[in-house]
Write a protein that binds this ligand. Structure first.
Ligand SMILES: Cc1cc2nc3c(=O)[nH]c(=O)nc-3n(C[C@H](O)[C@H](O)[C@H](O)COP(=O)(O)OP(=O)(O)OC[C@H]3O[C@@H](n4cnc5c(N)ncnc54)[C@H](O)[C@@H]3O)c2cc1C
Length: 431
């Protein structure tokens, strides 16, 4: 699609939909892959090259199933190494693995199928170095930092937590907020782990998933790339408390390298990381000390309360731009992939004049499920250690309902696309 593609001729059902997607992350690429069969897709990505962070991501059965149906093989990376699969009976329960992918491998795999000249329809066009600075929801158009304007029949904002498209669809105020927690993330090489007997003894490379809790901290590890690296996320509470801030207030993260509203990620210090976990058993501290400083990063964990709409005119926001959730259920990327599938379901066969109605259908089918992912992640993660602090209002979850771990897994994993969900969704999620 050129900077200004062929003008929209409303009412012409025979031509392919022209779709502009802002963001080439896991969500944006997944939408491109799923729409390419019947739409011409242009993906605008601000980064100079597509490069996911050096960490792993769990792709749960609900999204693994969708990506697999569209050609992605998440069980083998580009070098032929096996991804790890969390057993936890995922395959037995849901017929497909819970894949532990390196983020870069996953992004490459989805990208490969999105742009494959031999795939269905037309290959997506991915333009890197394209930073969108403003969006017009009614006209489905965006303007880049260099002044170029792109417009289509519809605009999809898959531009993450700091979404520019969200500003045009919802409002300037609908920002995510600091949750009060930050996470160090990184990958530890297997040979280094094996070099320390006490660390090796923990058998983390063989474990499916290990979670160790402290008072206000937790470390989560799982292996990826066939056990050659161990992914870890080490969550720690910041100096602020949930009640000290208003939902729209940014709070400087004084303990975590001064992450601010303007900058939510920063290089991590291995010494500071180990110090933060000094109350943990020595073997865990030794494990963390293996992290390589040039790869270690710390992320402010952002929370987002459910918004009332994701659609305006011919634009929709998806993924983290619409319903970012805390990482405690490992569902953020999976929910973005579910959005992609719902868009493909409701946009197929639709002409430009039907775009708004189709987007509303996508919102309706996705809203409560994605909101549940936000709320259950908050409830099972954030408030676990938080004593008597007030909880924000719930929209779909009964806060007094006891946590039923098996029920949560079944809810997420037993998902077979939007059309099936409409028929089978639980009663409480009916409108
Ligand atoms: C510690 C941690 C662990 C997690 N673990 C899991 C897990 O195990 N499983 C899981 O499913 N999820 C997990 N998540 C959540 C998951 O990473 C996100 O939900 C997911 O990556 C969101 O994808 P997205 O495409 O919506 O947004 P992003 O990944 O944020 O992608 C947005 C893209 O848009 C681009 N962009 C932004 N602004 C602009 C602009 N103005 N113009 C052009 N391009 C722009 C960005 O460069 C980026 O490439 C985790 C999150 C955290 C913090």
């Amino acid at each position: 699609m050129a900077a200004n593609p062929a003008p929209t001729t409303n009412g012409n059902h025979n031509r392919r939909l022209q779709v502009v997607i802002v963001g080439g992350g896991l969500g944006g690429l997944s939408v491109g892959l799923l729409l390419r069969e019947f739409a011409d897709v242009t993906i605008l990505e601000s980064a100079a090259i597509l490069s996911e962070i050096g960490a792993a991501v769990q792709i749960a059965p609900n999204s693994h199933r969708i990506l697999k149906a569209h050609g992605c093989d998440l069980m083998v990376d580009g070098d032929g190494n096996l991804t790890s699969a969390l057993k936890v009976d995922a395959k037995e329960m849901s017929g497909i693995e819970w894949a532990q992918c390196h983020r870069g491998d996953l992004q490459t795999e989805i990208y490969k199928h999105a742009v494959d000249p031999n795939g269905p329809g037309t290959p997506c066009k991915v333009i890197c170095g394209a930073r969108v600075t403003s969006a017009d929801a009614e006209n489905a158009s965006v303007t880049l930092a260099n002044g170029d304007v792109y417009h289509g029949d519809l605009l999809i904002g898959a531009d993450g937590l700091r979404s520019v498209v969200r500003r045009a669809v919802v409002s300037e105020d609908a920002k995510s907020t600091p949750s009060g927690y930050s996470a160090y993330r990184g990958l530890l090489r297997a040979e280094k782990i094996r070099s320390i007997p006490e660390v090796e003894k923990m058998k983390l490379l063989e474990e499916q998933l290990a979670i160790v809790y402290g008072k206000d901290q937790r470390i989560i590890t799982y292996a990826t790339r066939g056990g050659s690296v161990l992914n870890f996320a080490a969550m720690i509470r910041q100096s602020i408390s949930y009640v000290e801030r208003s939902p729209l207030m940014a709070t400087a993260d004084s303990e975590m390298n001064e992450i601010s509203e303007a900058r939510w990620t920063a290089p991590g210090s291995t010494a500071a990381l180990v110090k933060s976990f000094s109350s943990f058993p020595k073997a865990w501290q030794d494990l963390l000390s293996l992290s390589e400083e040039d790869e270690l990063r710390v992320y402010q964990l952002r929370d987002q309360f459910a918004m009332d709409h994701w659609v305006k005119g011919r634009a929709i926001i998806i993924g983290d731009a619409a319903h970012a959730c805390l990482p405690y259920q490992g569902q953020g990327a999976s929910q973005a992939v579910e959005d992609a599938e719902a868009l493909a379901t409701y946009l197929r066969g639709v002409g430009p004049e039907g775009v708004h109605d189709a987007l509303i259908k996508v919102f309706k089918v996705r809203y409560k499920r994605a909101t549940y992912a936000q709320e259950i992640s908050r409830k099972t993660g954030l408030y676990k250690h938080k004593g008597d602090e007030p909880e924000p209002p719930y929209k779909v979850l009964d806060p007094n309902e006891p946590i039923d771990k098996a029920g949560i897994l079944a809810f997420f994993w037993d998902y077979h696309g939007a059309a099936d969900w409409v028929k089978r969704k639980p009663e409480w999620i009916l409108e």
